[in-house]
Design a protein around this ligand. Sequence first.
Ligand code: MLT
Length: 304
Amino acid sequence: MAKRVLVTERIADEGLEALKRRGLEVDVRLDLAPEQLIEAIPPYDAIIVRSATRITPEVIDAAENLKIIGRAGVTVDNINVDAATAKGIIVCNAPTSNIVSAAEHTMGLLLAAARNIPQANASMHAGEWERSAFTGTELLGKTLAIFGLGRVGELVAQRARAFGMKLIAYDPYCSLERAEHLGVRLYDSVDEVLPLADFITVHLPKTAETTHMFGPDQYAAMKEGVVVVNTARGGIYDVDSLADFVAAGKVRAAALDVYEDEPCHGSPLHAMESALLTPHIAAVTHEAQARAGRQIAEAVWAGL
Ligand code: MLT
């Protein structure tokens, strides 16, 4: 009997086709509510999700045939990996599918913040012709602090270097040799990095250690007029206190793509002109989605 794969979020057609070509029966059921997923899961051998489907212990409990959970993206924080592992279910991801997209979005936010592009765009749409109000800063010669020099952090470093930025980083898992190879000066503590940076970007997973890693004490220690960017995971910056520092002008701009609770329809930053907010689209490119579909189809097939 053909093995059955449940797909609960949109993945690229080429991924679906790859699974079907191999004789798997693929059911695409988008927007299942949590209780509907629990009802639907028992016959399936594999499930493929993106970030919106939560694979909870209840879903895993209800799964009678499940052998593999595929996450068409990088992080697996919507999947209860411990519960899956305890039941012998493999969890796999598409670890390089969207790293270029994430790095490019980070650069987009850095440039947009440095040059006030969203504000200037809004002003043009309002029929205005303001120029000096949008006087920006160049990236050339400015210091960019990268927290997390993993796959995305590395791509950001390469791109920022091409803009002539000075690169510093904190990443306790990165070797000095690797940092040197990337042209990045590595520091041993967060506290050492904070006062040095004109721009800060985080490329860290969300863990107990990184949740609210940046709060009032850290914002206070930053340079006056710093720009902070987050395309990694919501909650690494504590947004409530960040809003206070943005309001006071200490943080010149906060550019965020990710939020502690998603979808996010409101936060203290939403009303602030110096907050550049995008709805978790760093990985949303045609190229990344095609790659994620292909990579996860391969991984799920191999796992089955
Ligand atoms: C990822 O973890 O792959 C990205 O944040 C994109 C996503 O969650 O869909």
